[in-house]
Design a protein around this ligand. Structure first.
Ligand code: ADP
Length: 193
């Protein structure tokens, strides 16, 4: 079974790596950021609500995010495994995920922590702003997103580390190289792709 989380600061390259890993392990990549952006684009009620937080670099409220992930993980294609990208990001989301998995009599296999230094992150995000025009990639909002990550999400890694689940991977370098590092580390733990 492959039930993986991908955690790391904004700009560490989670989305890029998630797509590749999902393909190679034959599991769905579930990105809360992508689901929110899809809803913003389609101007759904969820999208309108999410946008007001995203544009400020704040997290969407836990109650909203948790319901969304619960529904997504209850779908058939997630039964045999999944890669969650960008969730959980708060302590409340960690407990919610634990409950969801408990209800399915399963648990996580590994938590991939993708690291990158702040200068590189800001450089990548400003670059992405030019390429993709994301409204949350302006300098002020980027700074706020990094602050929120440090305050809310970085501490969660110790929770998963105490469960022996964390695999730390350097996110600097060529995209293929980073994918290679992750696959190797998962392989070493007995999760073959
Ligand atoms: P990044 O990792 O670069 O911040 P994402 O695409 O993962 O980008 O997320 C973009 C935005 O979507 C976040 O800044 C936040 O507002 C919202 N979001 C995504 N995932 C979550 C989550 N698990 N909890 C709350 N808000 C989230």
């Amino acid at each position: 079974m492959s039930r993986f989380l991908l955690i790391g600061p904004p700009g560490a390259g989670k989305g890029t790596q998630a797509a590749r890993l999902a393909e190679s392990y034959g599991i769905p990549a579930i990105s809360t950021g992508d689901i929110f952006r899809f809803n913003v684009k389609n101007e759904t009620e969820l999208g309108k609500l999410a946008k007001s937080f995203m544009d400020r670099g704040e997290y969407v409220p836990d109650s909203v995010t948790n319901d969304l992930v619960r529904d997504r993980l209850n779908m058939d294609d997630a039964a045999a495994g999944f890669l969650l990208d960008g969730y959980p990001r708060t302590a409340d989301q960690v407990s919610e995920l634990d409950s969801i998995l408990d209800e399915h009599d399963t648990s996580l296999d590994a938590v991939i922590l993708l690291t990158a230094d702040t200068d590189e992150i800001v450089r990548r995000l400003l670059n992405r702003a030019i390429e993709q025009g994301r409204t949350d990639d302006t300098e002020d909002v980027i700074r706020r997103r990094l602050e929120v990550y440090e305050a809310e999400t970085a501490p969660l890694t110790s929770v998963y580390a105490s469960r022996g689940l964390v695999i730390m991977v350097d996110g600097l370098g060529a995209i293929d190289e980073v994918t290679g590092r992750i696959v190797e580390a998962l392989d070493a733990r007995g999760y073959a792709n």
